[in-house]
Design a protein around this ligand. Structure first.
Ligand SMILES: Cc1cc2nc3c(=O)[nH]c(=O)nc-3n(C[C@H](O)[C@H](O)[C@H](O)COP(=O)(O)OP(=O)(O)OC[C@H]3O[C@@H](n4cnc5c(N)ncnc54)[C@H](O)[C@@H]3O)c2cc1C
Length: 263
């Protein structure tokens, strides 16, 4: 199921926070667990979900969260009382252990704006969440000669998952921009896929700009058999795709999504 099919994703799972660990300067890993999660299908690669969280004061009525996020169910959800209506954001499965019903989520902490980032920074064991399964965005292409994966820090879990699940004889290049060198994580990918970490360095630089620069320097040997995946800050995703189309990559072979928009 590709990004475009997200609305077909269904299945709601309740869980509780069991652990929170600061894994690097800009990443907090929150583990959520529960019996429900033993039933969550494993889609692998960049499996993602809508994460429903309480609004600020902690009160949230998860019983009104729909099993599927179609237009009708979303509008109905909006009629539930606003004070206890959970807020949702999109996140990626970092690791999933179905036997114990445990799921790790890597959150980029980006200050005190927003809901999910600040929630993750202060998450405590016992905090409740709901997860709406959305399948995966990456569609492995059987005839891919080369994989190009590009993203910023918010895409780290997705690219790490794709690298983990690609065939071991895959060839490719992964461009991952991170705020600083210590945010790079160990990844388990095919030996034929080069992983290039791109620390941003300058804290005032536009997130995603470095990955975009490297992506623009990339010219595929055979654009027609390339499989590309470009996600992260909106400009990186949109401009990265534009470059790939210009150098001849068929649009159908480029998965791209703006994960967030720099203010
Ligand atoms: C399919 C998908 C999978 C995703 N997976 C992950 C994931 O695994 N981990 C992850 O961290 N993010 C992931 N994201 C991105 C995440 O959904 C957004 O970053 C989201 O905006 C965070 O919500 P928030 O409530 O913290 O901030 P919001 O309320 O959305 O925004 C508040 C402010 O924070 C800024 N902001 C939002 N995100 C970032 C950021 N990453 N860096 C700097 N500033 C930011 C915005 O510009 C805005 O000014 C994913 C997005 C998609 C679509």
């Amino acid at each position: 199921m590709a990004f475009k099919d997200a609305r077909k994703g269904r299945g709601l799972y309740l869980a509780e926070v069991t652990a929170r660990v600061q894994v690097s300067p800009h990443v907090v890993r929150v583990t959520v667990a529960g019996d429900d999660l033993t039933r969550l299908p494993r889609h692998g690669f960049d499996q993602w979900f809508r994460l429903f969280l309480p609004r600020g004061d902690g009160g949230a009525d998860f019983s009104r969260v729909p099993e599927q996020l179609g237009m009708g169910s979303y509008l109905k959800f909006l009629t539930s009382p606003s004070g206890t209506r959970p807020v949702f954001r999109s996140y990626t499965v970092r690791e999933f252990r179905p036997e114990s019903g445990e799921l790790d989520i890597d959150f980029i902490v980006h200050g005190d704006r927003g809901i999910a980032g600040p929630w993750a920074s202060g998450a405590e064991p016992g905090d409740r969440v709901a997860i709406l399964d959305q399948g995966r965005g990456f569609d492995p292409v059987p005839d891919a000669g080369f994989y190009l994966l590009a993203g910023d820090e918010s895409a780290m879990p997705a690219i790490a998952g794709i690298l983990r699940d690609l065939p071991r004889d895959a060839r490719g290049l992964a461009l991952i921009e991170v705020p600083e060198p210590d945010d790079a994580q160990p990844v388990d990918g095919p030996v034929g896929v080069e992983v290039r970490w791109l620390p941003r360095g300058d804290t005032h630089a536009t997130p995603g700009a470095k990955a975009l620069e490297e992506l623009r320097a990339f010219v595929p040997e055979d654009p027609v058999t390339l499989s590309a995946y470009v996600v992260g800050e909106q400009t990186l995703a949109a401009e990265g795709r534009r470059h790939l189309v210009v150098v001849g990559v068929p649009k159908a072979r480029i998965a791209f999504v703006g994960y967030w928009r720099a203010a």
